[in-house]
Design a protein around this ligand. Sequence first.
Ligand SMILES: Cc1ncc(COP(=O)(O)O)c(C=O)c1O
Length: 300
Amino acid sequence: MVELNIPSPVQYIDSINNVNLYIKREDLIHSSFGGNKWRKLKYNLQEYKDKNHKTLITFGGAFSNHIAATASICNHYNLPSVGIIRGTYEDENNPTLNLAKENGMQLYHVPKLEYKLKSDSSEIKEIISNYPSPLIVPEGGSNELAKTGVMEMINEFEEEILFDHIIVSAGTGMTASGIIEASNEKSKIWIVNVLRNESLEKTISNGLKVKKNNWEVLSSYDFGGYAKVPNELKQFANNFYEKYQIILDPIYTSKMMFATLDMIQTNKFTEGVNILAIHTGGLQGIEGFEYVTKSNWIIK
Ligand SMILES: Cc1ncc(COP(=O)(O)O)c(C=O)c1O
């Protein structure tokens, strides 16, 4: 059985401008599939078991945290996994895909146009047809089962402390949706749109089963969008590490934490409030970043 650090720790890290800052360390749930990945896959794995599926098939880009984490989780539970990868270029040195392969994931590279169509693409249909009784998990693991898992992230601490503000990064917005649905309406949820996803607000709003107004998308902290990592952000992540010994990833959590500290420093919050920033993990992506940029992310 896999050892998981759940409930994940809520760590008080600082008081700045009389605002108390805490971090929920989802990254510490597990060394290779911590972060929101465990939350999103937990009930998908339950579904796999309950419905007696025979292979887990999912989708992702060449540096996808979701692909890496799914391969690792499936390996731990001894489940066959398949990754359908966006783009036909096969780079044998890609650290994310090598990790996935080491964890036994069978990879298929498909053209970007086919990838966009997902299970409607004839090429992808053919791949899937090779696997009897598959469980198809969407890109990023983002489905309703994922949301149920994410809701547990909030339910596990809310009885102890009510945070005035909760801040989380968003790609598809499914993690944020789970947090909104599970949240106490006295908490305000700030969603950092790190990928410049133009339909994020609409996607979240349409997907909420329980309509709530205690949330807001922040669109000014994407640093140019997906995989755009300017030096300012890298410098920020290094300063943050030096001060708090917490590593942030380049794509999601560094932008989320930058937004948090910027809002605190520009007095967007009233004095005395408690803020919870969610560290959603993604640390495997650092190797990919370093591989692509040929530079260190955190200089220790
Ligand atoms: C580390 C990390 N944080 C946050 C997110 C955003 O999650 P969501 O797609 O549910 O918005 C992702 C998505 O893949 C991620 O890998």
